[in-house]
Every structure is written in structure tokens, then in C-alpha cells.
Unconditional design. Sequence first.
Length: 371
Amino acid sequence: MRAIVILIGVAFALQPIAGHGQSTCPAPAPVCAAKTSVFPIASFDPQASAVLIAPDLLVTNRHVVADNPRAEIFGPDGSRLMADVVPTIYPGDLVLLTTKGLAAPGLPIGTATLQSELRTVAADVGRGRIRVYSPGRAQALPAEGKLLARLHNTARSQPGNSGGALVDAKGRLVGIVTSGGEGRSEAIPASDISRLKEMSGPEHALASRNIGLAYRQCTEAIDVAGATRQAMAPKNIQFIAARCRATNNRQLLDLAAQALGRRGHHAQSIELFNAALAQDPNALNTRLGLVVTLHLARRFKDELPHLHHLIDVMPREIQVLRFAIQAGTWGGDKALADQGVALLKKHHPKLAPLAERFMKAPPPSGGPRRP
């Protein structure tokens, strides 16, 4: 699978990248100007983005490079530059790249608020250019006291945007995009770039390589685990859990937990989701993934506190409402189930009759499963 993706990435990389100011940009002028500081790159991830923050200095996600020592940068005219990955012991999903030939000063750094209009500026793989995506807002600012907590937002993003810029209406860099989809996007606060710089340098080469190797091994193990729903051997469960924990990357913990949960290894899945949630309590994707696994394990009462949180933050989300109705009924929280039905009537009225029939004559839950 990875070999196929790499071939696709090479074909993409050979095409000139338009969009550094060459096409119409439906955004404020400072946001459109930010396009000149964002570049498509290829490394362990063959289709990603990086942001220029100073002359010849860029930042991207660590998961984009893994343990690769270099990355390739593609200019708007189809030119290529090689960049060196700066070794780092920074514990989050960021690395610095150094190159020669990018003399621009890079984007100024700002801070997002709940009132900020936010946009992703990153490589659009399908269109072959740097793109400014449709705007969104912050859903939750990074949780206080959690050093690796992320900025959760509704700005649109898609594959190829990893390592791209999340900017405010003034074109200031407020975050580095890490993931997105289904209206829930995440970015590492740009304020963390100063900490990244302090923890980067050649003296960290060995430790950085070991962390990068964990990224590679975790990612590849998740790919293998996702290829089938068959149960895994204990040694393979231990490997994926250990390697993904070694990355300290909440998103990879989520993906590993999902892979294990789909294969029926609920206890191990729940353990990884809880580790991820401890790192970032505001992570909606993590909490929703945990709810899914708890539901599969028929641990309905354990779902309830998470569903109370999710239904307040995402009152239109069909999956959340369905789980609230079912777990509320089977877990003994009628108020939650009633709230789920009321919100379903309000936001998805066509689905309400099915929910009402469930509430009137709920089928047996099947009893608790062994985790």
C-alpha cells in the first residue's frame, strides 16, 4: 500500500505547483498572502505541507518525516529543494526543516481565540497547488496544563494538509495543521514553535532518530492492523501499543486504538484511548473513538460521562445522538437518552421515528461483553 502511495506522490511532485498567488483567492488579502510561505513537501509521507517561519527555516509535522533525515520541497515553478530535518527531542508532532534558497521572512506568529476566523493554508493534492480552504472557528483552545494539547477547530482540511498553516484573518500563523475531517480539525499551537527551537539541534541526533523510528514503526503497524479485522497475536498487540506510545503522538494513539478496537481487542483499545485523552482532554475524535469501543464492549455506563461531554459540544452529530440514546437506555441514564431523542427531532427529524420506537421497546443489549 505504501509503495502505491509513494508512486502517486512522485507523480504529484513532478507537476508544477500553482497557487502561490497565481489563482483567485476567496479570502482576506493577508490570508491569501500567506500562500507564499507554504510549500508542498515529500518525505516519509509523500504528500504533505510545510510552513516557512524564517529565511531557509520551515516547520512541519513529525509524522510527515518519521525517521527520514531529509525532505523534498516543491516550489511554485516546479523547482525542488532538499531540506534537512533538524534533530529534536520536542515531544509533540513538530520538526524543523533547514534548506537554502528560501529568502522570504516567513509567516508572523499569532494566537487563536474562540472568536478568531481560522483557515487552513496548505497543499491541495487534487488541484496541484497551495490552497486557502474554507474558514472555521476554534471549537476548543488547548487545555490548560496539558503541554501537548491541540487547538481544535472547524477550519476545513484534507489529506496533504499535514504540516500546513492554520492562520487567522490577519494572516498570522496560529497553528500547524496535524489532522482534519468530518468538520473536526486539529492544529498544534504556533506558540509551541519556540519550544521546538529550544529542543532542537545536532546534539539530539540519536534521541531524535529513535523517536522518528517509533513513528515509522507505529504507522506501519497501524497500516498492517487496518488490513484485516482478524484478532492479533499478543506479541503484535504489544508491539503496536509500545511503538505508538513511544511516539507520544495522540493522533497515532487514536489510530492504534481504533485498529485494536475493530479487531475486538477492546481492553487494549480503551487503554490507548484513555492515554490519548489524558494528553488532550478536549480531543473530540479521541473521546468519540473511546465511546465507539466502549459501545462495542457493551460497557454502556462507562460511555455516559463521555457522551454527556460530546452531546454538549456536538449536538448535531448523528453518531453521538445514536450512542446517547442507546447507551442512555441500556446504561440507566434516561435523561441522556431523552436529550438525544429531542436533539434528533430538532436536527434530523426524519430519523426521529426510529429512535422513538427504540425508546418505547428497547431490545436487549445482549449483556456485557468480555473486554
